[in-house]
Design a protein around this ligand. Sequence first.
Ligand SMILES: *Cc1c(COP(=O)(O)O)cnc(C)c1O
Length: 430
Amino acid sequence: MSYKKSEQAFKEAYGVIPGGVDSPVRAFSSVGGTPVFIEKGEGGYLIDIDGNRYIDFVQSWGPLILGHADSDVQKAVIDAVKNGLSFGAPTTTETKLATEIVEMFDTIDKVRFVSSGTEAVMSAIRLARGYTKRDDFIKFTGCYHGHADSLLVQAGSGMATFGNPSSPGVPADLTKHTLLATYNDIDSVKKCFADSENGVSSIIIEPIAGNMGLVPADEAFLEELRELCDEHGALLIFDEVMSGFRASLRGSQGIISVKPDIITLGKVIGAGMPVGAFGASSQIMAQLSPEGPIYQAGTLSGNPVAMAAGLASLEKLKANPEIYTILEKRAKRLVEGFKEASDAVNIPMVIETRGSMFGFFFSDKPVKNFDDALENNSELFGKFHSKMIEKGVYLACSSFETGFISIATTDEMIEKAIIAAKKSLKELTE
Ligand SMILES: *Cc1c(COP(=O)(O)O)cnc(C)c1O
């Protein structure tokens, strides 16, 4: 494969954009090589500006569960664009999308739309603090909740990739209310409650962590979080920006029975457009401005084009729930095939799936938390990633990310990716 045009494009981008990218995970810094610049997407494929074609297991980092350029989403967007891009006034599409979400989650009576997952989480934390009138909150090492100041503490995703414990530019004053616990370790959470001087407003967790690789929480652990929150009068926030409409139609709620107080959503609900949302009971949401005193706003919130894309996507998913069974089967087959490939060359691998999300670590022990995840062989992953790209398989460029299958990812594409994995690992061990 030739990457001449991408190499040139990266050079030019580097001159005017920090690192040549608008989000650090795109830069390939942990796996080596030049990021490929994308010309277009077609269903399960990405095509770069040199004309190379890849089976895409990133799917824009999650949103595109229907694949690239889905015809129904495309039509909804084009129809909406014809009426104008933004009004700064309410539209009925917002109510329609809100109704879809409220109908699907029995813990959500009302939902507010924002423009990114970061904004959704930032607003949810403010809501929990305002509602409980307490400042502290608990987050888990390796969970990523967007890049708001108070949440950039031992985050996963790009932060894990680059090994930054936190970020310069975030004042310690802004993170002193962020208490850190260990994923799947209830004693570490109890310690946070004991250590908190001002009282804990909330626990925020990815119930299916996808930003330290794919590491689902044990259901018993989530049950204990629920009990601790009830005991202490704190709110439980499930950050389902990634897992919502991905792990199942209702995210973790379709898999486990633990009920959160607030849910944050993003990615799939915008189908590739910038959308985030947070929802809770009417009682909690009533605290939000203009009904209540807690301020939260956005010029482009509930943008009509983005809402139209999200609505078309959710309606399609809801009308075809069998999609999730198919996606899960394909995701399982993919990682089982990857494991066959690594077994064949005696390299240990652990695999995981939840619905259309998949993860694999070059590691010889189960991964239950961020420390376990850090023990994966990320150097081998980097080499594997480059080999797979050469063979037309586009995987997330870090071992701390989750992979995604779309409904346009066919069985045949899965088998091709498995063959590529077998060849790649063989080449790397010869
Ligand atoms: C992606 C993600 C976010 C941040 O969403 P952005 O749209 O990138 O701001 C927050 N939480 C989780 C769990 C995510 O996966």
